[in-house]
Design a protein around this ligand. Structure first.
Ligand SMILES: *Cc1c(COP(=O)(O)O)cnc(C)c1O
Length: 464
């Protein structure tokens, strides 16, 4: 399968190249030239498969010209064997036709493990085959860093450097990163804020000379392989509630539009999805575009759902590429204007977006109320991101006879503040992490200076 850029100017790549590339050279994002699609009968025949076997079926067409079936099978098996629930992505029922899909049974208790546990293995496999090494560099305000570190810690051909703002991430999140004692894992606590961390990563990608010939790789959701891995759980959830013969609806707490975009792809690939709800917090650019055709940067607001605190949703460009009939020049033009000003989509394009998605934005106060309300109704404890999803699902639901499934993106223990604010008891760390606060930590505090960070990296990478 070939992958092409949303801006139409970069060379087409195969899966292996796309996996290692990250952003396209024209500034666009890679998408498959043509999506695989499955018939209703084929999807129906997957009912009851264990998660890893289903993952193999869904992912295989995307990678088959680069990775052998046996290798893919092995990597997918290993990936999901590391999850702590037999079902991998269990469904919990809240009401007659209302469900929560628990995506937090991986090593870092958040949904990013679904993709990053596989990504680390895929990258390592491809690098071994090519006899190359890659240096992963990323900035995190919390979740992505720990999931990326867990995904790469066993890789022989990767070094990973994660920058977090010194003293500005929660203790649980910091410890999830800094207690990983692997000799290819480097945590940098930067004396600056999250934006400084991101800027440093951007500048380093733009000029990689400091690595003396080694290349940087990306693990954020611009990496196509992350989106690909996330398509699987939409199929799993739909099959579990009677799909494909019965359509289902999904509500997805979203920041970068990565997770919900995977749902859109599942639908394009043949899964009957009646409704896709985009759920945001006060950082609501997606809600403003979908409901009012207003694509403009707002002020960044710090909320109780920090993993969705984002001004620009980078994966939305992948959707724009489709609604602009895959016209790379039109997308390129739109994104160039968006750098400097608020933009509107052409009316017919916006109509398509509204046909595909509903949206809703939820503030902090309501988030806490929903955590309380759902706990009162069913005894179930939601994390704040998931609470936003449940609220949006209830507000936007178009047909109560269709099962509505909200994606639970994190375990509530990761974000205790809103739980306590809701008047509930803070949950306990689950068994595998019970001793997190006793473990040894390792991280380097560095000044907010590009050359200091780059020198640290250059002196710590493992050479080929
Ligand atoms: C990353 C994250 C999100 C947002 O996911 P996107 O792919 O950016 O839409 C939502 N909830 C949690 C807990 C996350 O870690």
């Amino acid at each position: 399968m070939k992958y092409i850029s949303t801006r139409g100017q970069a060379p087409a790549l195969n899966f292996e190249e796309v996996l290692l590339a990250g952003l396209a050279s024209d500034g666009g994002l890679y998408v498959p030239e043509q999506l695989p699609s499955f018939s209703q009968d084929e999807i129906a025949s997957w009912a009851g498969l264990p998660y890893h076997e289903l993952a193999y079926k869904v992912i295989q067409p995307f990678v088959s010209d680069c990775i052998s079936d046996a290798d893919l099978k092995r990597m997918v098996d290993e990936t999901y064997a590391g999850f702590k629930h037999q079902a991998v992505a269990p469904l919990v029922q809240l009401d007659a036709n209302e469900w929560v899909l628990e995506l937090f049974h991986g090593p870092t208790l958040a949904f990013k493990d679904f993709a990053l546990q596989l990504l680390g293995r895929l990258m390592d496999h491809v690098l071994a085959k090519r006899g190359e090494r890659l240096v992963i560099m990323g900035a995190t305000s919390g979740d992505t860093g720990s999931a990326a570190i867990e995904g790469c810690r066993h890789s022989d051909h990767l070094d990973i450097f994660i920058l977090h703002p010194y003293k500005r991430v929660s203790e649980v999140q910091r410890r999830q990163m800094t207690t990983v004692m692997a000799d290819n894992v480097f945590n940098i606590a930067l004396e600056g804020n999250f934006d400084d961390c991101q800027q440093m990563v951007k500048d380093s990608f733009a000029d990689q000379g400091f690595l003396n010939g080694l290349k940087l790789g990306a693990v954020n959701s611009i990496n196509w392989a992350r989106i690909m891995a996330q398509i699987v759980y939409y199929f799993a959830a739909a099959l579990a509630v009677g799909g494909p013969h019965r359509p289902v609806a999904f509500s997805v707490p979203t920041g970068n539009f990565g997770d919900i975009f995977a749902g859109y792809l599942a639908k394009q690939m043949g899964l009957p999805i009646a409704q896709l709800v985009v759920a945001t917090n006060r950082n609501d650019i997606l809600h403003r575009v979908i409901s009012g055709n207003d694509m403009s940067r707002g002020e960044l607001v710090h909320t109780l759902s920090p993993s969705m605190d984002i001004m620009v949703s980078s994966n939305f460009e992948r959707l724009l590429f489709d609604v602009y009939d895959r016209d790379g020049a039109a997308v390129s033009d739109l994104m160039a204007r968006f750098r400097n000003e608020a933009v509107q989509l052409d009316q017919t394009r916006w109509d398509k977006v509204r046909e595909l998605f509903d949206s809703y934005a939820v503030d902090d106060e309501t988030t806490c109320q929903v955590i309380r309300q759902v706990h009162d109704e069913s005894g179930y404890l939601l994390d704040p991101h998931t609470a936003i999803g449940v609220k949006a699902a209830r507000e936007c639901n178009r047909d109560s006879s269709v099962p509505m499934i909200t994606l639970a993106t994190a375990h509530p223990v990761k974000f205790p503040d809103p739980v306590v604010k809701a008047g509930l008891e803070s949950p306990q760390l689950p068994e595998p992490m019970a001793d997190l606060f006793e473990r040894e930590e390792r991280y380097e505090v560095l000044s907010n200076d590009l050359s200091v960070v780059q020198q640290f990296m250059a002196s710590h990478v493992h050479k080929a």
